[in-house]
Design a protein around this ligand. Sequence first.
Ligand SMILES: Nc1ncnc2c1ncn2[C@@H]1O[C@H](COP(=O)(O)OP(=O)(O)OP(=O)(O)O)[C@@H](O)[C@H]1O
Ligand SMILES: [Mg+2]
Length: 566
Amino acid sequence: MLDDYYGNRANYGHSGLQREQNLDKKNFYLGTVVQVSSREVTIQIDNLSLLTHRLLRQSDLVPNTINYYVTIDSISGIYFGQVVQNRIPIGASREFLSDESHKEQVYAEATVDILGLEGAGDRSFRLPGFSRPGVTEKVYLANGPVIEHFVSSMELHIDEKDSPDESDDDNIPNSFARLSCFQNEALQLVSPQTLFDRHLMVVGTTNSGKSTTALSVLDWLVSAHKKVLLIDPTGEYEDSFTEDDKMEKLTLGSDTVVDSGSLSVLDWSMIFDCNENTQQGTLSDAIRSLRYQAKFRRFGPFIKQGRIITEVQNELSKVGKEDTSFDVNLLPEQITEEAVEEGKGVEKGKYTRSTFRINNYEWLREKILNQFDNTSFKKFFRNSRTNKNWKDLFSELDRFANKPKTSLYVNASHIGTTDGIGGMVVDLISNYLLNRPHKKGCAYVIFVDEVHRYAKRMTDQNSFYSGLTSIAREGRKKGIFLFLTTQNPNDVSPELLGQVGTLIIHRLTSARELGTIQNYVSDNTISQIMKLNQGEAILTSVNLLEDLSLSVRACGRPHKNDTPRL
Ligand SMILES: Nc1ncnc2c1ncn2[C@@H]1O[C@H](COP(=O)(O)OP(=O)(O)OP(=O)(O)O)[C@@H](O)[C@H]1O
Ligand SMILES: [Mg+2]
């Protein structure tokens, strides 16, 4: 059965590995099993020269180290394992070892972690369960076809009609990464289903390669005609995709606006970060007054001071549910106008200025003014019907969500690159998408880079925006999958982190972050995470039986991520 992989299955597999010469399996021979325990298997390597780099393998797999794969030809089937320790007896002198003729006399010993078993009659590897190889069984270096077969067996939930992808064109990269033990060859690694059966998160310290990995994954998704919504608060991905990729582009505050009327009072209070009770009430009153002004086309703020209270209330009751638009620019002024109270004595029944309230409302007014001053934020809240060059963000989101195989890029950098604006835009979009009806067959991925910057509110560092968390919880049923990158997994809400099914882990160094990740990976993996280079990562997923070490293939699309050199 093992011979199948080393000889006859020349056309096995998807990638370049299949082109490897058909070499007899004796060229891959390593040694025999000498000890078996439930944890691991020890093999004796029959002669030291077997550990030398084998040129015929045309790859830099060196069997005198660790992390390479082996197969064991057993009566119960084929075992697949990874070498985790390698040693020769201590005490032999260097001179003795370097003499070619002595190599025959030294036995090396390797410890193998058994990862999978393909029993007779099985079509793929599965977890070994209680089975283990027997002593004296023969061990071989795993070749390309076996490894590829193993990796494809590791993926659960493969949807047959979806997996090799209805690629219309041959140039589609079949993966975004390769297994790191095979430097020269790409492997068909995982299907989009494996990564996005639940939400995907890329973690790593700054400069570890998160954004580069993200772009490679996006490139792979877009080439496979999957739908992607890229929310970009900093403009980093501005030039990465073009019309040719079926990716439409929106620039908030420039060609795309939102009508003030399409936001609820709650949305506004989130945007201005109102504290729960009093400020939200004041803002709500102010918006109501401005809606009245807009409905009856009056200029300026709504004046309450000096007017009869019942009259004012009568007027304001004419604002109906459908009268939602208002002029955002007037908000600060209107807040001041709201600072009135019922007069005393002759003024009874009339509104008079309340100094107490003026002082109280000042804080809210300042917040709003601040938001206006620092950004071209006001340009974002305009009515798209007043200028035919303006598109309405929500209609565009609807269009995207209903149209198969198209992607959308939302650039929010023109309305300000502060984290507060980014957070607001991400939250606005995610809440909108979650609450609209889902169209079948139009599942999509929402990508947000550096999400730790946009997950928390600016004013209250202990509270998280609700949009992303709600999508994490309920999005999957509606075909919305999150794809996030973050430096610190603790900076997203615990509920969100709990919903992440797949992690791509780049280098992490701080103990706190490693601690968070610990639940997701094996102990062996944790020690490797600190030593990863740029672009190297561990892939761990509820849909994979084993963690995989990846080298990410940078996709070469334009990406504004240069780190300036000092
Ligand atoms: N797979 C890769 N192959 C080659 N170079 C890479 C790879 N991944 C990252 N790099 C290089 O490493 C540098 C940092 O990568 P990147 O910007 O993706 O890191 P990051 O984790 O997103 O950092 P930041 O936290 O600053 O956003 C870039 O200059 C990039 O060219
Ligand atoms: Mg980055």
